[in-house]
Design a protein around this ligand. Structure first.
Ligand code: PLP
Length: 491
């Protein structure tokens, strides 16, 4: 399972391409380039044949787990299968080769796609208007919070605090802080839901908004969100909803109808773009009518049948990204929505919820379920019972790799001890859900009979347990080109 680097595989004078003899006079480089631009020694490049390179990368691609290989039940991340037709459309050169600053008149088709996509998202969510600019979920959160701030500013005072339930996603407090607000925690009730009495006592005239994840990170629908919106609105505060996991609500509930003022979507999750490893993504933001003037510029308008960008927005929070957003991701989302239609999207949600509840039913009893009852698109178990036998949640996750599955999200949300957060997504068949559950049940049996097995896992993967914090803590980004210096020398 080891794989050498291309430099190790290199053999002198092996070549990947063969070029024809030149049909123009050959002149030495020295005549064509100034002296300073000429290398003193030849570049140290690997020499390989085409098949060497293809096999190298094909072998590497199969060492990693990915969603085209099997179920990827990472909670909150919605690692669903992404239909290949999305790829075909977004890679069409008529989309892919567009210059982001092409004049409006020559890219009317692309602008129409953006305009219609924003319209679909507004309809799906019950919001008045949607911006497609933000490049990720967290970027959308920041945009949304800046809109909240601009709105309060326009009313006369920006206010100071944003309330965040302890069941919210981890990016929420960070976005709030970057927008210049102080995040304050709202403890969830015993049922894992918004505690309205606690909210009543916390909201005051310095509360700018509440930022709630719905469904929350326990996979539960926030049943009290409508009432929470009323409490906030009665004191001049706004309600932000983190709508990253909209595959739990499509066609069944519209955040706008629940009193939500601002929300972001994660197109790379709900509307299917391959993601992970840092991108690309898209985090559009939807707002109610009152917040429209604060949307980022430029805003896409349709006038007399043609589409164009408008900068005439004096109250706008400004620009966050290129006006086309992450266009390839937006094309995929458009195709995905058009392929499904309204009925299909509703079915997506029904299957996502059914699949999560199927796993919940099959594993409850074996794995602790701290918040029992129906879940939406994901369910959160605790590994407490297994930990008592010497197998921690981390060990369960590592052992799953030996069984050929990607692990669920672990140790999140923080309000569940030894958390195992499972989101199967709607794209998994019953057979694949069963296979995953069988592996989880087998690991529980091992925890009783042979706990060392899981404690030392994984045993069959190309690498064993990595020090997962080291790369982040000891960042060493060096420049491989001689003469340009290393990042750690030049700072
Ligand atoms: C994934 C996720 C985010 C963050 O989205 P990114 O695109 O990774 O920035 C925010 N909130 C929730 C609930 C999420 O699941």
């Amino acid at each position: 399972m080891s794989e050498e680097t291309l430099f190790d595989l290199s053999r002198p004078s092996r070549a990947g391409v063969s070029l024809p003899e030149p049909d123009v006079p050959v002149r030495p480089l020295e005549e064509l380039l100034p002296g300073w631009a000429l290398r003193k020694t030849p570049a140290d490049l690997p020499e390989l044949s085409e098949v060497d390179v293809v096999r190298h990368f094909t072998r590497l691609s199969t060492l990693n787990y990915h969603v085209d290989k099997g179920i990827y039940p990472l909670g909150s991340c919605t690692m669903k299968y992404n239909p290949k037709i999305n790829e075909a459309a977004s890679r069409n050169p008529r989309f892919a080769a567009i210059h982001p600053h092409a004049p409006d008149s020559v890219v009317q088709g692309a602008l129409r796609l953006l305009y219609e996509l924003a319209g679909y998202l507004a309809e799906i969510s019950g919001m008045a208007r949607v911006t497609l600019q933000p490049a990720a979920g967290a970027h959308g959160e920041l945009a949304g919070m800046l809109i909240v701030r601009a709105c309060h500013q326009a009313r006369g005072e920006p206010r100071k605090r944003v309330i965040i339930p302890d069941s919210a996603h981890g990016t929420n407090p960070a976005s709030v802080a970057i927008a210049g607000y102080e995040p304050v925690v709202l403890a969830s009730g015993k049922d894992g839901l918004l505690d309205l009495e606690a909210l009543e006592t916390q909201v005051d005239e310095q509360t700018a908004a509440m930022m709630a994840t719905n469904p929350n990170t326990l996979g539960l629908f926030e049943r009290n969100i409508g009432r929470a919106a009323e409490i906030l609105h009665s004191r001049g505060a706004l309600l932000y909803m983190d709508g990253a996991n909209l595959n739990a609500l499509l066609g069944r509930a519209r955040p706008g109808d629940l009193g939500v003022d601002v929300l972001h979507f994660n197109l790379h999750k709900t509307f299917s773009t391959p993601h992970g490893g840092g991108g690309p993504g898209a985090g559009p933001v939807g707002v109610k009518k009152e917040l429209e003037p604060f949307l980022p510029v430029p805003v896409l308008e349709k006038k007399a049948g043609s589409y164009g960008w408008s900068y005439d927005r004096p109250l706008s929070i400004g620009r966050l990204h290129g006006q086309m957003g992450n266009f390839g991701v937006l094309v995929r989302a458009y195709v995905y929505i058009r392929m499904h239609g309204a009925e299909g999207l509703k079915k997506v949600t029904e299957m996502a919820v059914l699949n999560a509840n199927y796993i919940r039913k099959r594993l409850e009893g074996t794995y602790q379920l701290p918040y029992p009852g129906d879940c939406l698109h994901e369910c959160v178990f605790s590994g407490n019972l297994q930990k008592a036998r010497g197998v921690r949640t981390l060990d369960i996750a590592k052992r799953l790799l030996d069984y050929g599955f990607h692990a669920p999200t672990i140790y999140f949300p923080l309000i569940v001890q030894e958390a195992l957060m499972v989101e199967p997504t709607e794209t998994e068949s019953m057979a694949s859900l069963d296979a995953f559950c069988e592996a989880m049940l087998a690991i529980d049996r091992e925890a009783r009979e042979n706990p060392e097995l899981a404690a030392g896992a994984p045993h069959t993967t190309p690498v064993g347990r990595l020090n997962e914090g080291k790369a982040a803590r000891e960042l060493n980004v060096c420049c491989p080109w001689p003469g340009l210096g290393r990042a750690d020398e030049t700072g």
